[in-house]
Write a protein that binds this ligand. Structure first.
Ligand SMILES: [Zn+2]
Length: 211
C-alpha cells in the first residue's frame, strides 16, 4: 500500500510547464477526458479538478454526452495545470468565456476532485449547489465516487457491500458510522477497504469497526 501512495505522490509532484493553446476538440473519451488537436497532433487531456462517473457507473454515459454536446468539434482554449493525474496532462478548458470543467460540476455530472485539486473554490461551491438541488448524479442518495469505484473494480468488488459501508467527509482523514456527529456535510459513502486504501483511519468517537 505504501508503494501505491509513494507512486501517486511522485506522479502528482512532477511539474510540467503550464501552458495555454487553442485547438479543436476531436473526440470525447469520457466526461472528463477529451482529445484536442495541437500542431497537427491529437493530445489526450484530463479535465482538471473534476472526476466524472466511469462509463459503467450511473450518469457516466450522461457525463460523456454532456461534454460532447458542449465542445465536440469546437475550438477550445486549453490551460494546462502544473500537475499530472496518472499519465495524463490536466487542464482547464474554455469555450469562449465558459469554463467547461465548472459547467460539468454545475449540472451534477462530475465530482469535484478535492483531494487532487484542493484549492478550487469555484468547483467546490458548484458541487455543493448541485448536491443541494439534486442535479444529475446527486439524485441518488449515496452515489459512489469514481475513485472508490475504481478501487472496487480492481479488487473485483463492485457490488453493494451492505453493512460494510462507512462514511467519510471532506478534509477529515477518518472514516465514520453514519450516525457519527462528524458526519454532516459532503458525505461520501465508501467501504472500510476503500477508506483504508485512501489512508483514512477509524474515528475514535464512533468506532466504526466495532459492532
Ligand atoms: Zn466518527
Amino acid at each position: 500500500m505504501k508503494k501505491l501512495f509513494i507512486c501517486i505522490t511522485i506522479l502528482l509532484s512532477i511539474p510540467i510547464f503550464a501552458s495555454e493553446f487553442k485547438g479543436r476538440c476531436v473526440s470525447v473519451v469520457e466526461g472528463d477526458i477529451v482529445m484536442v488537436m495541437r500542431e497537427g497532433r491529437e493530445i489526450k487531456i484530463q479535465l482538471w479538478g473534476i472526476d466524472c462517473p466511469e462509463i459503467e457507473q450511473p450518469f457516466g454515459k450522461k457525463a460523456k454526452e454532456f461534454t460532447t454536446s458542449l465542445i465536440l468539434g469546437k475550438t477550445v482554449k486549453v490551460v494546462t495545470q502544473d500537475r499530472w493525474k496518472f499519465d495524463l496532462p490536466q487542464a482547464k478548458l474554455y469555450l469562449d468565456k465558459t469554463y467547461i470543467n465548472l459547467e460539468i460540476v454545475k449540472v451534477g455530472l462530475a465530482w469535484y476532485h478535492y483531494w487532487l485539486a484542493p484549492y478550487e473554490s469555484d468547483l467546490d461551491s458548484a458541487e455543493k449547489e448541485a448536491q443541494e438541488k439534486k442535479r444529475g448524479l446527486w439524485q441518488t442518495p449515496f452515489p459512489v465516487p469514481p475513485w472508490n469505484w475504481r478501487i472496487g473494480k480492481r479488487s473485483g468488488k463492485v457490488t453493494d457491500p451492505g453493512k460494510d459501508w462507512v462514511f467519510i467527509v471532506r478534509r477529515d482523514k477518518r472514516y465514520h458510522r453514519y450516525s457519527c456527529k462528524y458526519v454532516r456535510y459532503n458525505i461520501i459513502r465508501t467501504t472500510v477497504q476503500g477508506a483504508k486504501l485512501m489512508g483514512f483511519t477509524p474515528c475514535e468517537v464512533c468506532k466504526p469497526e466495532k459492532e
